[in-house]
Ligand binder design. Structure first.
Ligand code: NAG
Ligand code: NAG
Ligand code: NAG
Length: 305
């Protein structure tokens, strides 16, 4: 498939999206927001470390790749974890962080980026979360297989710590699953759940994406030309959750406030979407979200580019 940006633009406009004429609506982030983002990115990174998704209830979250020091010093513990769940290989954990006063649901990424870029079919499934809502089938199935036990554990934990916030995080495939988990949990009573989605692919049709956008408390990050958030393509009927926090600094660089732009709209060509078609050459951009997010990835996971 060799779609060009002008074609994608006309697809977006044909579908009725306003394409921003300028970057007037972009804003930079504040210093305290940046430190929040770096903190939650470490929770997404922690889901790649095997000891956290096959750990014992009550054990401390740790990252052998040394990419979650803030989580380690918050003294967060595992409440529940899951891995190798059916063919979707959904893995992750629910953690209790008494320092931050939060219950965290974190999903690991693992899917092969190579396969994604060559995969032309992203089938969808209708959801009853809103009128005309469709989600990508594989991402939804990944949440569905763990939804009951995870929801029960979250309810039980929040009933013991009613003033704690619920935060759902993930990177890559994990961010896709986190996005659908967050919107589902919000619709089941956890209305203020926050979402931190790093390098998420598109998961929703316009109706579902707008529904999630309207729920609020969404922090969706992209980095330069990362190919993964460009998938599935707009022409396949998928769009993003707004806003986009677009990180413009290069790989391996410390991110500062002026390196993150906040862009609105389910389709916005001022950010990652406007940097060209998904290319394997850009895959290194996928690994760096404030830090080497998948630093703990275990050998054998089919992720390596
Ligand atoms: C998950 O499956 C992989 C591949 O089959 C295996 O290497 C790994 O040990 C399994 N992990 C757990 C926690 O069972
Ligand atoms: C969790 O609690 C919500 C209400 O806060 C409820 O709607 C939902 O059914 C509960 N889920 C489970 C699995 O108990
Ligand atoms: C970033 O760091 C990794 C690992 O140290 C290295 O392989 C890669 O070349 C670096 N990339 C850049 C752009 O410096």
């Amino acid at each position: 498939m060799h779609l060009t940006i002008p074609i994608l633009l006309s697809v977006a406009m044909a579908l009725g999206y306003a394409v921003p004429a300028s970057s007037l609506q972009a804003r930079d982030i504040l210093a305290n927001e940046l430190s929040q983002f770096k903190f939650w990115a470490q929770y997404a990174a922690a889901a790649y470390c095997e000891e956290n998704y096959i750990g014992q209830t009550g054990s401390k979250l740790t990252c052998w790749a040394e990419n979650c020091p803030l989580v380690e010093s918050a003294d967060a513990t595992i409440v529940y974890d899951f891995s190798n769940i059916t063919i979707t290989d959904t893995s992750g954990f629910v953690a209790l962080d008494k320092t931050t006063k939060a219950v965290i649901l974190s999903f690991r990424g693992s899917y092969s980026v190579r396969n994604w870029i060559s995969d032309v079919t992203f089938p969808h499934i209708a959801l009853n979360l809103c009128d005309g809502c469709f989600a990508e089938l594989g991402f939804w199935s990944s949440w569905e297989v763990v939804r009951n036990p995870v929801s029960a554990v979250i309810n039980e934990t929040l009933s013991m710590y009613p003033d704690f916030e619920l935060v759902v995080v993930g990177h890559s495939l994990g961010a896709a699953v986190a996005t659908l988990a967050a919107t589902d949990l919000r619709s089941k009573g956890h209305t203020s759940a926050a979402l931190y989605a790093f390098a998420a692919p598109r998961v929703a049709n316009p109706a579902l994406a707008q529904h999630i956008t309207m729920q609020g408390n969404n922090y969706r990050f992209t980095h330069t030309s990362d190919p993964v958030p460009k998938l599935p393509l707009l022409s396949m009927g998928y769009v993003h959750v707004s806003p986009e926090y677009y990180i413009t600094s290069p790989n391996n660089a410390t991110v500062s406030v002026e390196d993150v732009e906040v862009l609105k709209g389910e389709v916005n060509f001022e950010g990652n979407t406007g940097t060209g078609l998904p290319s394997l050459e850009d895959v290194s951009d996928h690994h760096w979200y404030f830090e080497r997010t998948d630093g703990c990835i275990a050998p054998g996971l089919p992720f390596r580019a």
